[in-house]
Design a protein around this ligand. Structure first.
Ligand SMILES: Nc1ncnc2c1ncn2[C@@H]1O[C@H](COP(=O)(O)OP(=O)(O)OP(=O)(O)O)[C@@H](O)[C@H]1O
Ligand SMILES: [Mg+2]
Length: 282
């Protein structure tokens, strides 16, 4: 869907490039996660791909065509849900949606979407009377308003309670399962585990890793089992390599002859991988 090669971008008043040579592709029908520390350029990258920022260097194609060659029709089937929800605060939720609906040839059933995100009863309330989480959910509905085939989401669940976050995540998965493609950013590694088919980690303005969450865990994984056991009244702890467990005499000696207190396989988490590949704490 998107093919990005050697992308560079400098904000007009800045002395240095924010994006320093990024290459990646977003394939049709996948949820692609763009991850990385705060300020690395995730939102900037999304803004370039939705054509809000011009003057980038490098090559970006969308559906095989140069991104620069598109006109307004680009937005007809692209949905955008950005970080800071922007609504007309003096209008109701319904009036906001009606305003944006007119811009598009294709319209989703917004009553149905409002019901799903739990805002149907509040649709005639002015948006300045909405809570933060309500504005975020309305922002998500707006992103789906034009029945997009490609969806940009910048931290879609941040600021939502776990129940509402679950609904939004389910809707994102359904969008993908119906053939849609998603490019999302998030700092929540749990969301990545639940949603992303592939992820790219950004550091210092470039991409340092791209793979499926599963492959990343396998590649960066420790594959160890940690055994806590009792020996002569003391509590001891020892780690064993999972790959050589079957032939590890010490492991079998402990399992046969000691009282085991706990035994855990130590799977590497995406949090660990994030810190390792970007060099920054989440
Ligand atoms: N309009 C702007 N003008 C100049 N610099 C900007 C502008 N917007 C962002 N930047 C800078 O570009 C860099 C990347 O910002 P960006 O918003 O893309 O980061 P991010 O990865 O989305 O971070 P976060 O996780 O905090 O949302 C930052 O150093 C930021 O200060
Ligand atoms: Mg951002």
């Amino acid at each position: 869907m998107f093919n990005v090669t050697g992308l560079k971008y400098r904000y007009p008043r800045n002395a240095e490039d924010t994006i320093r040579g990024m290459s990646f592709e977003v394939q049709g029908g996948e949820i692609f996660g763009l991850l990385g520390p705060s300020g690395v350029g995730k939102s900037t990258t999304q803004k370039i791909l939705v054509r809000l920022l011009q003057g980038y260097r490098g090559q970006v194609t969308y559906r095989g065509k140069d991104l620069r060659s598109f006109g307004k029709e680009f937005y007809q089937r692209v949905g955008v849900g950005f970080e800071m929800p922007v609504h007309f605060s003096k209008l109701t939720a319904e009036e906001n949606l009606a305003f944006f609906r007119r811009l598009y040839a294709n319209n989703a059933d917004t009553d149905e979407l409002l019901r799903r995100v739990g805002l149907y009863e509040d649709r005639n309330k002015k948006v300045n009377e909405f809570s933060k989480g309500m504005k975020i959910r309305l922002n998500f509905v707006r992103a789906l308003l034009n029945r997009p085939t490609f969806l940009f989401l910048d931290e879609p669940t941040i600021g939502l309670d776990p129940g509402n976050a679950r609904v939004i995540k389910q809707m994102i998965r359904e969008f993908r399962d119906d053939g849609g493609t998603v490019l999302l950013t998030t700092h929540l590694m749990n969301d990545v585990d639940e949603l992303c088919d592939r992820v790219a980690f950004m550091a210092h303005g470039t991409i340092v890793e791209t793979d499926t969450p599963k492959n990343l865990k396998l590649r960066h994984g420790q594959r160890q089992v940690e055994v806590e056991y009792e020996e002569d009244g003391d509590v001891c702890m020892q780690s064993f390599n999972l790959d050589h467990l079957a032939t590890d005499d010490t492991f079998f000696d402990i399992v046969r002859n000691r009282r085991i207190i706990t035994m855990h396989s130590k799977e590497t988490t995406l949090d660990d991988i994030f810190i390792k590949v970007t060099g920054v704490q989440t």
